[in-house]
Design a protein around this ligand. Structure first.
Ligand code: PLP
Length: 397
């Protein structure tokens, strides 16, 4: 089937909850994808960081293939030989003691919220059903009913009420507002160290440090949602490292599955994740053998630091070139490492469409932001070529 026929099938038979660019991908390798007509495109989105290591990285494909020949699913009713090592290795990568594996990012966020509440009641001593969790304006933490309860994006929220109570929202980057919102019943502060979906918003310098101090002073858990910002994207393993901040809880997902399957996890110390007893939380697929085998290879690849280093050096180059774009076309560039939100002086959708015609896949977020997040394996030559295309598109518009 050709592009048009395949697009028509999707249009007719799948819910219209996305507005994809009009191409149909058939194959991918490294930083490049090929559509059903045989045309090649450079992937400058990386599935929102899920493909940090590029498409079908040989080490990850090999780890998956090896595991496919052994055992793929047993459920958590039984232990398997990939589970303990995965948990130990992921905990070590994060400098924590324990891991609770799930599948999608949203499930891991839900798990972190349940962790904070349970910890609040059973360890901190908050009176029953009085716990609150503070979140930030512009947040994106996933799509479940509870998570959209504290979203400030009308598209994410409207028509999904009634909402889960127990959340307060303050402006992102405003330490004083956070200080005022946290009280004795606050069990957690849920924060993206850089807001991805909001448009790659980097908080003011010192903000993450202030969040850490406020959480410590009031005995609330600092919960860092590193699902999109973590695992090398910003030039460090975790984005909180840019301020040398250590949260109480990490939420990981996306790249943890190596671009092969969904793998997510909550990572924290024993005094936090130790609140769970058998039967109190779970997931049929969470921590399955295939997920753990791929996750272990991801962790091994991150241990060398080479992907973080690529993101740092290529990211500096990316930001230098984006910073030189004409100010009448580009209002602001935000981001860290190989991650950028390019704030345009007009709509971003036509830019991503023209980029696609030129063989570059990027995606707008909201009206006027173009998000760039190439796989960390991208070559400087390919990156420069993509930036040449962006320059050309902005010039012709
Ligand atoms: C993508 C994302 C999520 C949700 O992950 P899913 O796997 O889509 O459920 C949560 N938090 C952040 C910061 C994300 O970028």
């Amino acid at each position: 089937m050709n592009t048009q026929e395949l697009r028509a099938l999707s249009e007719e038979h799948s819910a219209h909850n996305y507005h994809p660019l009009p191409i149909v991908i058939a194959e991918a390798e490294g930083a490049w994808v090929t559509d059903v007509e045989g045309k090649r495109y450079l992937d400058m989105l990386s599935a929102y960081s899920a493909v940090n290591f590029g498409h079908r990285h040989p080490r990850l494909v090999e780890a998956a293939r090896r595991q496919l020949e052994r055992v793929t699913l047993v459920s958590r009713a039984f232990d398997h030989d990939q589970f303990g090592p995965f948990a130990a290795e992921l905990a070590e990568l994060a400098g924590k003691e324990m891991v609770l594996p799930m599948n999608s990012g949203a499930e891991a966020v839900e798990t972190a919220l349940k962790t904070a509440r349970k910890w609040g009641y059973e360890v901190k001593g908050v009176p029953a059903d009085q716990a609150n969790i503070v979140t930030f304006e512009g947040n994106f933490h996933g799509r479940t009913t509870t998570i959209v309860s504290f979203s400030t994006d009308p598209d994410a929220r409207n028509s999904y009420g009634p909402f889960t109570p127990g959340f307060r929202t303050v402006p992102y980057g405003d330490a004083e507002a956070l200080r005022a919102a946290v009280d004795e019943n606050t069990v957690g502060v849920l924060i993206e160290p850089i807001q991805g979906e909001a448009g790659v918003n980097v908080p003011p310098s010192g903000f993450l440090t202030a969040v850490r101090e406020i959480c410590t002073a009031r005995g609330a858990l600092m919960i860092a949602d590193e699902i999109q910002s973590g695992l090398g994207r910003t030039g460090t393993t975790f984005a909180v490292e840019h301020e040398n901040v250590v949260p109480d809880v990490y939420i990981l997902g996306k790249a943890l599955g190596g671009g092969i399957l969904p793998v997510s996890a909550v990572v924290a110390d024993h005094d936090v994740l130790g609140v769970f007893k058998p039967g109190q939380h779970g997931s049929t697929f969470g921590g399955n053998p295939l997920a753990c085998a791929v996750g272990r290879e991801v962790i091994a690849m991150l241990r060398t630091g080479e992907f973080q280093e690529r993101s740092r050096t290529l990211g500096a180059h990316l930001h230098a070139r984006l910073g030189a774009l004409p100010p009448e076309k580009v209002r602001e560039v935000r981001g860290r490492g190989l991650w950028a939100g390019v704030e345009l002086n007009g709509k971003a959708r036509p830019v991503s469409e023209r980029l696609m015609e030129r063989g570059v896949l990027a995606k707008e977020t909201h009206e006027t932001t173009l998000r760039l997040a190439p796989p960390l394996v991208v070559s400087q030559q390919d990156l420069d070529w993509a930036l040449d295309q962006l320059e050309a598109v902005l010039t012709e518009m």
